[in-house]
Design a protein around this ligand. Structure first.
Ligand code: ADP
Length: 240
């Protein structure tokens, strides 16, 4: 089990730009929270801070009331699994790509993770299946790369997952697979998602709307629509 707290997070980039302003959020164990907001509102910065790609100027992240400053980055990344829009596929086999963070994984474990991630069918259609050599530029679609990244996280079974949904070039068939893949990923886990798709947004517990590095509004889909405020305008601009 894992709760996640964001406490008074502030981040200024070296050029002085304040990307995150005194940001506070409590995410309970197994809660499913999404971030929405216009491009540049600070969603990626918050995720990068949480994963400790860099540290906040002020504030801290707590997992089960323990500051992430007090645990190693390795331990952090075992507890928090991440699937980003900019997927990272290295030159190696499909098996190696999925087993990346668990090098002693067996083929059966990798296949099981791929099955949970809905990646098994397309992998089995590749010329050498799990032994097929792939890379970032080997012709896999954006959606297929995200499915491999979900399988990677499934294998690690972290308590918390962070997802930034891919926005571009997802065909309808892959989108269906991804929706089911993400559903399995969130199942029983504390989840923080940068959502770009309506189906993800509607199924969340709490929608947090960001603007200029701060929270503008929070609530569920219907509550926020009824308010006819920031979310209402954002939703109408993006999905209607
Ligand atoms: P989002 O993910 O919501 O699109 P980001 O977190 O990527 O937003 O960016 C938030 C703001 O911080 C934007 O205005 C962006 O231009 C700015 N920003 C991002 N990275 C840097 C950087 N390395 N240096 C200066 N400003 C940055």
């Amino acid at each position: 089990m894992a709760s996640l707290s964001l406490k008074n997070i502030c981040k200024k980039y070296p050029n002085g730009f304040e990307a995150v302003k005194d940001f506070n959020l409590e995410i309970a164990d197994k809660e499913f929270i999404i971030f929405v907001g216009p491009s540049g509102c600070g969603k990626t910065t918050i995720i990068n801070l949480l994963m400790r790609f860099y540290d906040p100027d002020e504030g801290e992240f707590l997992i089960n009331d323990i500051s992430t400053k007090d645990i190693t980055k390795k331990s952090l990344r075992e507890h928090v699994g991440m699937v980003l829009q900019e997927t990272w596929i290295f030159s190696g086999t499909v098996f190696e790509n999925i087993a990346y963070a668990k090098p002693n994984a067996t083929l059966d474990e990798v296949k099981e993770a791929a099955r949970k991630a809905q990646a098994n069918k397309f992998i089995e259609r590749l010329p050498q299946g799990y032994d097929t050599k792939i890379s970032d530029s080997s012709g896999l679609s954006v959606g297929e790369k995200q499915l491999i990244c979900v399988a990677r996280v499934m294998l690690l079974e972290p308590e918390i997952v962070i997802l930034d949904e891919a926005t571009s070039n997802i065909d309808i068939r892959t989108e269906k697979l991804l929706n089911e893949s993400f559903r399995q990923l969130f199942e029983g886990r504390t989840s923080l998602v940068v959502a770009h798709r309506l189906s993800t947004i509607i199924s969340s517990d709490l929608i947090v709307c960001l603007k200029d590095g701060a929270i503008m509004e929070a609530g569920n889909h219907q509550e926020l629509l009824d308010k006819k405020g920031f979310y209402y305008d954002l939703f109408n601009a993006q999905f209607k």
